[in-house]
Design a binder for this molecule. Sequence first.
Ligand code: SAH
Length: 373
Amino acid sequence: MADPAGASLRQRLATRLALGGPMTVADYMSEALGHPRHGYYSQRDPLGAGGDFITAPEISQMFGELIGAWLAERWQALGAPGKVHLVELGPGRGTLMEDALRATRGVAGFHQAIALHLVEINRTLREMQQAAIARIAPQLTPHWHEAFAAVPDDAPLLLLANEFFDALPIRQLQRTERDWRERLVALQEERLRFVLAPGPSPLAALLLPSLAAAGPGAIAELSLPARALARDIGERLVRQRGAALIVDYGYDRPRLGESLQAVRDHKKVAVLDQPGEADLSAHVDFTSLAQSATSAGAIAHGPATQGDFLRALGIELRCAALKQRADATQAAVLDSGVARLIEPKQMGTLFKVLALTDATSGTPAGFPPAGAG
Ligand code: SAH
C-alpha cells in the first residue's frame, strides 16, 4: 500500500507530493493540523507550560470572566431570550467557557437559556472540555460538532472564538516581475520545499487593490476558509440574531508579508520541517473577516486591540477586587496576568478583538458606540 498505517505524516506527504505534484500551502496546513490520525490538532493537548503555546484564558481567569460578562450583556441586549445557542469554536481545555460560566452564575435566567455547542476536532481536548463544564455547570450538556455548520439555527446565537481563526488554512501568493504566483509545497531531493507555480494565480483577483499593486518579491496571504466562516457567522447572526466575539493575533488593516509560522515547545521551527508535530498558524486578517460578515448583513464592531477591549471591560478594577482577597504571591500572579494580557509589548496590541452582531441589538460592551471616534 502507498499509505502504510505506520508511516509518519512527513512520509505520507512525501508520497502524495511524489505522485500528485505540488500542493497549496492551505492543503499542507490542513494535513499537518487536521489529519485525523497524525494531524497536530487531532489528539494532543497543545496548551500550557508542558505544551507548545499558551493562550489568554490559560494566563488568567479574568479573561474568561470578563468575556462571560460580555456574553450575559449581549443576551440581555437580545431581550433575554428563553433559549440561546452558546457556541465556542476551538475551546481548547474549556478554560474560557468554564470561567465565563462561573462568572455568570448569578445572571437570572441566563444559564437556563443556554444550549451549549463546542466545535472541536480534538478528542483529548473534548474530554478536558467536558470535565471543565461539568465542574461549573453540570446541568449543561455540551453538544460537540466537527464544524460550525452543524450547530442548530433555531434560536439566537452567541459565539466565541479565541485563537481559532489563526489555525485556519491560508494560501500564499508571491509577486514576480510579471504577475502573482501561488506558493506551493513540493518534494525536491526528498525534502519538502516551497516552490512557485509556473503560471499566474487567479486568487490575485481577491487581493485588495492596495495590496495587488505591490512590487516584485511581495508576499500576500489569504484564508478562504476564514472568509467563508466569517460570512456564515454573519449570515446566521442576521437570521437568528445574536453576537460573535473573535479574538486572535493579527492585523487590523490589509498587510503584505509572510506570517505563517510553526511553533513547537514555545519556540519557532521551520514551517515544513515537522508536519503534525508543530503548531502552524498565521496572522488573522481582520479586515477580510469583517468584510465577509458585513457582506452578509451583519454589523462589525472594532477590531479593538485586546488591551483596549479588556481595559474597557474593567480588567484593572476586576484585578483590584480579586487582590483584596489575595495574599502577596497571589496578588503578584494577578498583576502579571493582567500585564501579559493588556501590555502593548505582550499580548495587548498584537491581539485584536472583533465583534459581529445583527443590526438590531446595538453596540456591545468594550467597543465605541457606532458613529463615535
Ligand atoms: N480557544 C482555546 C484553544 C486555542 S488552540 C484557548 O484559547 O486556549 C485552537 C483550538 O481549536 C484547539 O481546541 C483545537 O483543537 C481547535 N481546532 C483547531 N482546528 C480546528 C478545526 N478545523 N475545527 C475545530 N476545531 C479546531
